[in-house]
Ligand binder design. Structure first.
Ligand code: GUN
Length: 280
């Protein structure tokens, strides 16, 4: 069994992005800029946003940070997004999710132009991914593809099973694996006999948000297992996979923490640079 080191792959990705940013600045005479909007005081979101800002500094990009109270109105948040949308010095706009109750996530996300959609959440960007002509791709599944690439295993023709069907992870993950010529099955909370399906997986990506949901009896010997879950149990972070037992069967497996988590921000930084390039 090999543990996939997300911190290491993430560091390499950031080094590559930093070099590309340097070239961009030299060529265009301006610095790529990401605007991050955080509404409310959710502690996990505050940490993510802080790390996104630090990530920008690390790779030589500018960032703008907007912090609004949890009781902000749709109009107040919309005004900020619209101003950023028309500001030619801003390349990417990110609204940290989840938004507090009362705010209309779909409406507010729709105000981000496709060209500044660093999360790859817009209908057009998701559609382009579905057509295997991607522009920006949702950061977490994109990071999973980098982790899979780091194993050196050829994905073509492999059985890939994704557990989870969210618009932000499960669906784009399935499309990325399909684009990589895998045979893809998506399982979710209503799937029957899930273990029968997951046992066929050469590649198993788990994003269901339930601690230690995947147990060793659900996994094929030699499978690559990617754990997207981040669950807090008794003050500790645990994934969606029972790492201790599943790792005995897997050929490659990601730990939590230190697996998929570190990749998400690296891919966000990459996406921001891509948005800067597309705009020019
Ligand atoms: N909240 C948790 N993950 C993400 C993400 O990838 N993007 C945004 N915008 N919010 C998140």
């Amino acid at each position: 069994m090999n543990i996939i080191n997300g911190k290491e792959v993430s560091k390499k990705t950031r080094e590559k992005v930093a070099l590309m940013v340097k070239d961009f600045v030299a060529e265009k005479g301006r610095i790529p800029c990401l605007a991050v909007i955080l509404v409310g005081e959710d502690p996990a979101s505050q940490t993510y946003v802080k790390n996104k800002i630090i990530g920008c500094e690390e790779v030589g990009m500018k960032s703008l940070s907007y912090r609004l109270p949890a009781n902000s109105t749709n109009d107040e948040v919309a005004k900020i997004i619209k101003d950023l949308a028309s500001d030619s010095t801003v390349d990417g706009i990110l609204i940290q999710l989840p938004l507090p109750k009362g705010l209309d996530e779909r409406y507010l996300l729709s105000l981000i132009p496709d060209s500044k959609d660093v999360d790859g959440f817009s209908p057009n960007n998701l559609g382009l991914l579905a057509m295997n002509n991607p522009r920006t791709v949702s950061c977490t599944p994109y990071g999973v593809m980098e982790l899979l690439a780091s194993t050196g295993v050829n994905l073509s023709g492999k059985n890939a099973v994704v557990i989870g069907r969210s618009n932000t992870v499960g669906k784009p993950m399935a499309m990325l694996l399909l684009n990589a010529n895998c045979t893809v099955t998506v399982c979710h909370s209503k799937t029957q006999n899930m273990a029968e399906i997951t046992k066929q997986a050469d590649i198993l990506v788990v994003a269901i948000g339930k601690p230690k949901f995947v147990t060793e009896d659900m996994v094929k010997e030699g499978a690559i297992v990617i754990d997207v879950g981040i669950n807090r149990v008794d003050g500790k972070l645990v994934g969606d996979v029972d790492f201790e037992n599943v790792s005995k069967k897997a050929s490659f497996i990601t730990p939590v923490p230190g697996g998929v988590g570190p990749m998400t921000i690296s891919m966000l930084l990459y996406n921001t640079l891509m948005c800067a390039k597309y705009e020019d």
